[in-house]
Ligand binder design. Structure first.
Ligand code: MLC
Length: 553
């Protein structure tokens, strides 16, 4: 790839020079004594007339907000939350599209020392109820598009709705926009400690429903380090991370990370499509773009002509959520003159292995890159022994030697992934001789589709709610566009007959009940599912057969 400029440090140097004290010094507060995420991401940059947010509405209207504007809006949001009885340590859930009020809500939540829980706007009632259930959120802030789903959710949480012109307020709700206008913008930040939480995320595994991922304030050090070390964000960059803030990559690195560095971020409220993405890159002069390979493959599919008008504009492009194929790297190089680098992370611990833009000379196409300074990443065999180069095993974090790692376990759930001094990511990889990591696949049944992590059990439990379904097994099958798609194998109840209409009905059922992104794009009706003698469904056999079938065409 790129030639080695003589003055760039060797990657090993960056790793050796890492000192947690330097990361602490970059914060405004101190994680051991007193810290507040609002102060880190906004309060410290007020009074400088500094740009914080460019927000483009679905109809294309651009509005700009300074850190002072966000201080004012978040102060109001904080006072509205306080009036609703929210205090330090309480959970505030947000189910909102990318609108300026979303940032006001998140910063306002942090300002009073509360914990922000994102609810992806594609979620259906089943996914929402589960998450509000384990978080115990005191209030949910949403908009009319999503409000109806909450009628089907059992929750004691108060609901606040952001109304558009002429929209009616559901009975019992707080009119959030009117309350913001009436509230005072003044609010003294509530200081916390580094181990206190400021986010409650969720993530899927192989078994059981999604689990809560508590994020302590000391994770801010890791988020800032990723923006600096891997994305290589510079003060003059026009930064746009297109990932949805309903998930980790969007919340950590489209909102928290750039604001923490005092650098403006970008919101586009409309649904993703290649044309509007090129339009916005051109209109705003975006120099640093982040997103998932599926989004980049969709930009590629639009063809070289569409790309030509922004060729040379992008200084760097960062990719996360799924492995990046070398073909995309070559296409971006040829048609956008932009280096696109693969980065690897998880909701637990954030980004950990990256092709760091600032260290372009060590980038390897087809590899996930090198451990972030501040992390010691290892490859383990099943017994927990560290493996050498070219030996496949589980990618893991060496806890004692990774001062930036912050994940201490799932919320009110066991965390077998943390054992023997390591956190096991669940991804199978191997090291190359130079220490870069090559991704092989998941060691479990978790599905990666269009950058989303989807738990098969979650989809199966939505399917078996349908009266036609007796049993279901859900697997990820390879797909050239979305890495994997969700496929369901369904054993029907005796009164039902498998046909395309029923397959579509089941897909729609999952879409509506669970989430619009997690539905099975393929449904196959079968008479039985492969099982172990003890009755456990063997998803891996179904997946293996699908992989073989697709290979042989
Ligand atoms: C690449 C994409 C832009 C492609 O967008 P698409 O529009 O094609 O499709 P999609 O995958 O978003 O959505 C699948 C289906 O859900 C629907 N859909 C999506 N969002 C919706 C919403 N908010 N409300 C209602 N429906 C919605 C779409 O219309 C589509 O329906 P239909 O199929 O009927 O057309 C997107 O998939 C994307 O942003 N992916 C990246 C995800 C991401 O941010 N990953 C990194 C974070 S993961 C992470 O942080 C860790 C973790 O997950 O744990």
């Amino acid at each position: 790839m790129t030639e080695t400029p003589a003055d760039l440090p060797r990657y090993d140097d960056a790793f050796a020079q890492f000192r947690i004290e330097d990361e602490m010094a970059r914060l405004h507060g101190n994680p051991t004594t007193s810290i507040n995420a609002y102060v880190e991401c906004c309060g410290r940059y007020t009074g400088e007339n500094r740009l914080a947010l460019r927000a483009i509405s679905a109809s294309g209207e651009l509005r700009e907000f300074s850190f002072d504007d966000l201080a004012d809006m978040s102060g109001r949001a904080a006072n509205v939350l306080k009036a609703a009885g929210v205090g330090a340590g309480d959970v505030v859930a947000g189910m909102l599209p990318r609108i300026p009020e979303l940032v006001a809500l998140i910063l306002g939540t942090w300002r009073i020392g509360a914990v922000y829980q994102p609810l992806f706007t594609a979620f259906g009632p089943k996914a929402i109820e589960h998450r509000l259930g384990y978080s115990g959120a005191k209030i949910v802030v949403t908009n009319p598009t999503n409000r109806g789903k909450l009628d089907e959710v059992e929750t004691p949480a108060q609901i606040a709705t952001i109304l558009g012109p002429g929209e009616a307020l559901p009975q019992g709700d707080i009119d959030f926009r009117a309350a913001l206008a009436a509230a005072s913008p003044d609010c003294q930040p509530v200081m916390r400690k580094g181990d206190d939480l400021f986010m409650m995320m969720s993530t899927s595994g192989t078994t059981g429903l999604p689990k809560g991922v508590p994020v302590p304030l000391r994770a801010l050090m890791a988020f800032g380090a990723y923006m600096r070390e891997a994305i290589g964000l510079l003060p003059d960059d026009v930064f746009w991370n297109i990932a949805d803030p309903g998930w980790a990559y969007g919340l950590y690195y489209a909102i928290t990370g750039p604001l923490q560095l005092g650098i403006a971020t970008t919101f586009y409220e409309g649904a993703f499509n290649a044309k509007s993405t090129y339009d916005i890159i051109e209109r705003l002069g975006v120099t640093s773009l982040a997103g998932s390979p599926t989004a980049y493959r969709l930009l590629m599919a639009e063809g070289p002509q569409a790309a030509a008008r922004v060729k040379g504009r992008l200084r760097v492009v960062s990719s996360a959520g799924e492995p990046l194929n070398p073909e995309v790297i070559r296409w971006f190089d040829a048609n956008l003159a932009a280096p696109i680098h693969d980065h690897y992370g998880q909701t637990e611990n954030g980004m950990m292995v990256n092709n760091h833009h600032g260290l372009a000379h060590v980038v390897r196409a087809g590899s996930a890159g090198f451990a972030m300074p501040g992390y010691r990443m290892v490859v383990l065999d099943e017994a927990g022994n560290e493996l050498g180069p070219n030996q496949p095993g589980i990618l893991a974090v060496d806890i004692a030697k990774s001062p930036l790692r912050w994940f201490d376990g799932y919320h009110q759930a066991q965390t077998p992934a943390i054992a023997g001094g390591y956190y096991r990511t669940g991804d199978t990889v191997e090291y190359e001789q130079d220490g870069s990591v090559s991704f092989i696949g998941r060691a479990d049944d978790v599905i990666t589709s269009a950058g989303y992590r989807i738990g098969p059990f979650d989809v199966e439990s939505a399917l078996i709610e349908h009266p036609a379904v007796n049993e279901a097994a859900v697997v990820g099958v390879p797909d050239p566009q979305r890495t994997e798609i969700v496929k369901a194998f369904v054993v029907l109840a005796p009164a039902y007959k498998g046909n395309p209409e029923l397959a579509e009905e089941l897909a729609q059922h999952v879409k509506k009940r669970l989430s619009a992104h997690a539905y099975p794009r393929e449904v196959e009706f079968v008479t039985e599912l492969p099982k172990t003698p003890s009755g456990k469904i063997q998803r891996f056999l179904l997946r293996k057969a699908e992989v073989e079938k697709r290979k042989t065409g």
